[in-house]
Design a protein around this ligand. Structure first.
Ligand SMILES: C[S@@+](CC[C@H](N)C(=O)[O-])C[C@H]1O[C@@H](n2cnc3c(N)ncnc32)[C@H](O)[C@@H]1O
Length: 364
């Protein structure tokens, strides 16, 4: 079955009245429970409970092994119970399924670090960002128009958490997308918004003859060159960089057989996406193809995926640029059609991010 046939839809109000009150409090106290969960993870309490398995652990054992005061361990454990990370029986604490997920699930860990380090402080400015159409929360990192030129100079740990988050979602889908791209036997690929060159490196390793040019902002290309410099001469010689502002540069190079955009169009408003695609359409060879890899919020199989994307859209609003979001399928289709592309193929459900791959040809 095509994953799109079984995607998660918000098409029911299926919460019982009694649960609705609790769910509402979970949202109201979400920021507080979030910080408590971060502490339970980072102070080693969740790991301690995991080690104790079915034996569980008493308060004084947690105090001793995690180096916490009785007071600190007590309030954290009670918050962990409220957040349903843990459960308690006969005076002993046990790690629950949600706690296990916070501790060991890779997506959850990456999301949590990213919310803690990149989003948390700035998100209080969401209302202002929505009203002004500007990333009002980005001010916590300095005076930047958008987060993109700021990425290489974000303070730690925000920088590491941002890149880990970005790479976590795209890396997994890259392996699955390679076969679709190389079916078109490209000699030269443009990786638009190629960031630190991870896709370029995957392509160069996959095909010994392919050349990849990364098109990105000049600030990013400095990082890319450092990464490529770590590779052997065979790979490094086939990966190039082209400095570009895709919002402003009217004249784009036109050599590529494949134009690749992964998690790139979600950085722009609908009007900007249409403008970028129209410029690409004008620059590309008639036989070239455009590949767009995006996690789309309405093509997710699981509620966790839809929730993640809809929440991250507000990071774009408040922290990244003030005007972009994770797209819905029909929005992307409309932008493609308006800019003169014909969608040839759609592949859903690639990797843990549930990415959609859209392959489009320049129209007549
Ligand atoms: C979310 S990252 C995606 C990185 C990578 N393609 C991936 O799949 O992990 C977006 C990339 O787009 C680049 N970018 C943002 N605005 C841009 C612009 N106006 N022109 C060119 N690149 C831009 C950023 O520098 C960043 O490298």
């Amino acid at each position: 079955m095509n994953p799109s046939d079984e995607r998660f839809l918000y098409d029911r109000d299926d919460i019982e009245a009694a649960d609705a009150v609790t769910e509402a409090q979970r949202i109201v106290f979400g920021p507080i429970l979030f910080q408590a969960a971060v502490c339970l993870r980072d102070f080693g309490v969740l790991a301690r409970l995991k080690r104790s398995g079915a034996q569980g652990a008493a308060l004084d054992e947690i105090v001793r092994d995690c180096g916490l005061s009785v007071y600190a361990a007590g309030v954290l454990l009670d918050a962990g119970l409220a957040a349903r990370l843990l459960f308690e029986k006969d005076g002993r604490f046990f790690l629950g399924r949600v706690g296990r997920c916070l501790l060991g699930n890779a997506m959850t860990r990456v999301n949590m670090d990213y919310v803690r380090d990149v989003c948390y402080a700035g998100m209080a400015k969401l209302g202002q960002a929505l009203r002004e159409g500007k990333p009002a929360g980005l001010g916590v990192f300095g005076d930047w128009p958008t987060i993109y030129p700021a990425l290489p100079s974000l303070p730690e740990p925000a920088r590491t958490s941002w890149f880990a988050f970005d790479h976590h979602y795209s890396d997994d889908a890259f392996g699955l997308a390679l076969a679709h791209v190389f079916r078109h036997r490209p000699g030269h690929i443009y990786d638009v918004g190629g960031n630190t060159g991870r896709w370029a490196l995957r392509c160069a390793a996959h095909d010994r003859d392919v050349r990849v040019t990364v098109l990105d902002l000049p600030e990013q290309l400095a990082l890319l060159e450092r990464e490529i410099g770590k590779e052997g001469p065979d790979v490094a010689a086939r990966i190039g960089a082209h400095s570009v502002d895709m919002l402003r540069d009217e004249r784009l190079p036109g050599e590529a057989d494949v134009w690749w955009m992964s998690q790139f169009l979600d950085c722009f408003s609908e009007a900007q996406i249409t403008g970028i695609l129209a410029r690409v359409r004008r620059a590309m060879k008639p036989e070239a193809r455009l590949f767009i890899l995006e996690p789309l919020c309405d093509r997710q199989r699981f509620e966790a995926g839809a929730l993640t994307l809809n929440a991250i859209s507000l990071y774009f609003t408040c922290m990244a640029n003030g005007n972009s979001r994770f797209l819905r399928f029909e929005t992307l289709e409309k932008c493609l059609a308006r800019s003169g592309f014909v969608t040839e193929e759609v592949v859903d459900g690639l990797g843990i991010g549930g990415h959609t791959l859209m392959i489009a040809a320049p129209g007549e």
